[in-house]
Design a protein around this ligand. Structure first.
Ligand SMILES: [Zn+2]
Length: 227
């Protein structure tokens, strides 16, 4: 009797695990990601799923009216390179030049700009962001520029560093200058940091360590941190 009960439980648990795996694999077919709609509790799962489906990721950008085109691949060598990146030209909100990012990270960046940065700028600063000032995406290097250790997510164009924002009213917000501001700019910076966390894997701000005193680091790696 006990063996029968254990068998029934094992079947139920395996069935539930199978159903969860099926849902994850088919989430894009059941309810496609819409970059024009605000993120919800499934958005993070969608973005991770897009890592396994490059054509679908490009279609998501296209359906979301994102000004992007596939980037020329860079053959993987010494842990550096990419084959599913896009070039984001930054329209209507610029990035101070075109940025090359792997497609799921680009989709997360667009969602962040549209559904986190824009409303936070209106709420806290009473204006629009015209440019997200970024410091770079692809860079063949290790974490924290160390001689040894693991490759950075930047080495596969899976990360972006953001230093500040230019505003429509002529003002600007800088991580280095305004992170400790106790007024509207400080509240804006914390709101956009916190709003990035459900979209990206790792979100590092000046609160994380001194190396990030002047920028946010966002990446779509497997390591999850929000600080
Ligand atoms: Zn970085």
């Amino acid at each position: 009797m006990q063996r029968l009960r254990a068998t029934v439980w094992a079947i139920i648990i395996l069935g539930l695990l199978g159903a969860a795996a099926w849902l994850i694999m088919n989430i894009e077919r059941l309810r496609p990601l819409d970059l024009k709609a605000p993120p919800d509790f499934l958005t993070g799962l969608h973005l991770q799923r897009l890592k396994m489906d490059a054509p679908r990721c490009l279609a998501v950008l296209d359906e979301g009216n994102v000004d992007a085109q596939p980037a020329t691949s860079r053959t993987m060598q010494n842990g550096c390179g990419y084959d599913d990146a896009v070039v984001l030209r930054g329209d209507p909100v610029g990035y101070g030049g075109a940025v090359t990012l792997r497609c799921p990270a680009a989709a997360a960046l667009v969602m962040w700009q549209r559904h986190v940065v824009a409303p936070a700028a209106r709420q806290h600063l009473g204006t629009e962001v015209t440019t997200i000032r970024q410091l770079g995406t692809y860079s063949c290097r290790n974490i924290n520029n160390r001689e040894t250790g693991r490759r950075s997510q930047h080495a596969t164009a899976n990360a972006i560093d953001i230093a500040g924002f230019a505003l429509a009213n002529g003002d600007s917000v800088s991580l280095l200058r305004d992170w400790d501001d106790t007024g509207a700019k400080g509240r804006f910076l914390r709101a956009v940091r916190d709003g990035a966390c459900p979209l990206f894997g790792a979100v590092l701000s000046p609160d994380y360590n001194a190396l990030h005193a002047d920028h946010f680091h966002f990446d779509m790696g497997l390591y999850s941190v929000c600080r």
